[in-house]
Structure formats: C-alpha cells, structure tokens
Write a protein that binds this ligand. Sequence first.
Ligand SMILES: O=C[C@H](O)COP(=O)(O)O
Length: 251
Amino acid sequence: MTRQFFVGGNFKLNPTSREAKRELVNILNKATLNPQTEVVIAPPALYLIPVLELLRKDIKVAAQNSHTKNSGAFTGEISPVQLVDAGIPYVILGHSERRTLFGETSVIVAQKTRAALDAGLRVILCVGETLAEREAGSTQKVVEEQLRAVVTLLSPGDWSRIVIAYEPVWAIGTGKVATAAQAQEVHADTRKYLTSAVSPEVAESTRIIYGGSVTAANSKELATQPDVDGFLVGGASLKPEFVDIINATAV
Ligand SMILES: O=C[C@H](O)COP(=O)(O)O
C-alpha cells in the first residue's frame, strides 16, 4: 500500500496581521506544488475562515486545537462542530505546546480526538518525547503511552481519519532536527505498535509524519525514509521554503 505524502504547516500564533497572513497564502497560491502530496495549513483560529476563502482549493485548512464539547459554557474554546460548520476539515491535537503549556494530558487529547472524529473532522495527532525522556531511553514508551490513550477511544475504522505526527519535543523550534535514522526508528516502532494495538491494516495505512525543525535543506533526506510519510512544519511553514518542503519528494 502506498501512503499519500502529507505536509502540514502549523503557523502556531503567527503571523500578527491580516496582511502578513495574506502574503503567506499568496506564496502558496502562486507555487507549483507536487499534486501527489496532500497539503494542509493550520493558521490561528481567527484566520481560519479568511484563509479558507483566499487559499487555492487543493490545499486544506486545519485548526490548531478544538474542545471536547460541541457547545456550552466553555469560554474561549472552539468546538469540533463549529469547525465542520465553517468548512474546516482538519484539526491538530496533542501538540507538545498544548500538552506542556496548556496542561493537556493524554486523556484530554484522546477525548478531544474522539470528539473531533465524531463531528466529522480529520485529526493530526501529535506525539513525542522530551530530551530527558530520550536520554533515559524512554522514547518509545512515551510515544506509546500518548497513543494508547487514543487507541482505547477509537475503533479501527476511525484511523483512516488520523495522521500521526511524531514530534520530538527537543527538535521543535530548536534547529536540532532528528536525523533521518532517528525519525525512521521511531516511526517504524510506532507502526509496529499500531500493528499489535489496532491492526496490521491500520498500521500499514496510517500516515506517520515527522515534525521538529524541518527545513527545505533537511526535508529531502527525511523524506527518503520508508516510514516517514510527510512533515508537520512550524517555523519554515512561514517562509517561502515551505514550498520546497512540500515538494521534498519530487524527483
Ligand atoms: O507543529 C510543528 C512543530 O512544532 C515543529 O515546529 P518547528 O518546525 O518550528 O520546529
């Protein structure tokens, strides 16, 4: 089975003006992109709808977070059904910044994932270890614990709407990218985990993408790894080089 290459751009809390947002969209609108690659960008919530309206239709839009509930007294939250109603097909959940800065546990991430799928969204589910956890030899244990919470709330059929993003925390925004071998090892082990925890079919078909200091310069080598099915790009998604990352698999 061939898994479609997937490149996500996570703008995080950037940019800070409507004009700058329009420029980022224009770069993508003008670019020649590999049509074999699925491309999704995740602007801040306030820009989701304008980006959806301005952006070429072969690029999809993702929210960076959504709540466990669809409506009610939850000040400041965005609900999965609201995203679907606005025409947003994807949401990023479990990003390490949400886990560490906003106290989201694996259980909360799993509940958000369940709610997002129930509303009809697709989920980019982020997992990854800290430097201390890697140095302690616990990388796979940590990644599996983060995934296990989700596995228990999903049925096999749900996995066609999940993309797993392996993002080692030590590589996010640090310029310290995982080597191609390091990424491949975790991706392969994660696929092995999915084989036993869910099914061989789900393990084979689920895309596992890498995130953490991906640039145009390092993306080509990472993309050659058999279990690296794409990227979730932070900083470089705000620069013209994002186009080269999208085209990393082009020959
Ligand atoms: O979601 C994206 C990741 O946090 C990677 O961010 P970065 O490319 O700036 O390291």
